[in-house]
Ligand binder design. Structure first.
Ligand SMILES: Cc1cn([C@H]2C[C@H](O)[C@@H](COP(=O)(O)OP(=O)(O)O[C@H]3O[C@@H](C)C(=O)[C@@H](O)[C@H]3O)O2)c(=O)[nH]c1=O
Length: 193
């Protein structure tokens, strides 16, 4: 049985797909549109991404795309492990600026669904980590935005200290959440894109 667990921030869901093991190995339906839809995950995914990080302590994020290229993301790890984070960036949300984090690993076989309106980032906990994800809108460099991973107003408790991490120049230079317009808001309980 697939397991779907709502995390503390609205719309962020942890999924553990069933794995059918036998003497050859295992089989797993890592995405099944009908089953995921029945559990509140209903985007039309249009792109699959795969990133490889060589070292432990590689930090990618925090990233999001502005509307109309906002992306829902379904993320997982097929080799190694990461600490994966979603940050609510919906203006007017009661949890604006709050974060939720989960360890994702090939061993745990868990995934996170992160809806549009959240910034996303992860830190590798093991070398040679392979990270796969589906997104609901195509890449658009003009709409791609970073927020600083160490923004003190967000206060993410990353498991590896800043002295031991690898971050791209783009991400190191990213603005603070308070310095940007995120393009997302919540009015009368409705998410507006
Ligand atoms: C994200 C992306 C990047 N690229 C290119 C641009 C650049 O030359 C190279 C590396 O891009 P980046 O440095 O942005 O890659 P990366 O830092 O891995 O970006 C990713 O980070 C995680 C946390 C996310 O949530 C993703 O949505 C995405 O933003 O790949 C694409 O061609 N398509 C894409 O969809």
């Amino acid at each position: 049985m697939h397991q779907f667990r709502k995390l503390d921030l609205e719309g962020v869901i942890e999924i553990v797909p069933a794995r059918h093991g036998d003497d050859r190995g295992f089989f797993s339906e890592v995405y099944n549109a009908a089953r995921f839809k029945a559990n509140g995950i209903r985007p039309d995914f249009v792109q699959d991404n795969h990133s490889y990080s060589q070292a432990r302590g590689v930090l990618r994020g925090l990233h999001f795309q502005l509307p109309p290229f906002a992306q829902d993301k379904l993320v997982r790890v097929v080799k190694g492990a990461v600490f994966d984070v979603a940050v609510d960036i919906r203006t007017g949300s009661p949890t604006f600026g709050q974060w939720v984090g989960r360890e994702l690993s090939a061993e745990k076989w868990n995934q996170l669904f992160i809806p549009a309106g959240y910034a996303h980032g992860f830190m590798t906990l093991e070398p040679d980590t392979e990270f796969l994800y589906k997104v609901s809108a195509p890449y658009s460099p003009e709409h791609d935005r970073s927020i600083r991973f160490d923004d003190p107003a967000i206060g993410i408790d990353w498991p590896i200290s800043a002295a031991q991490i690898t971050v791209s120049d783009k991400d190191r230079r990213g603005p603070l959440l308070a310095e940007i317009g995120t393009g997302f808001s919540v009015e009368a309980g409705e998410a507006v894109r």
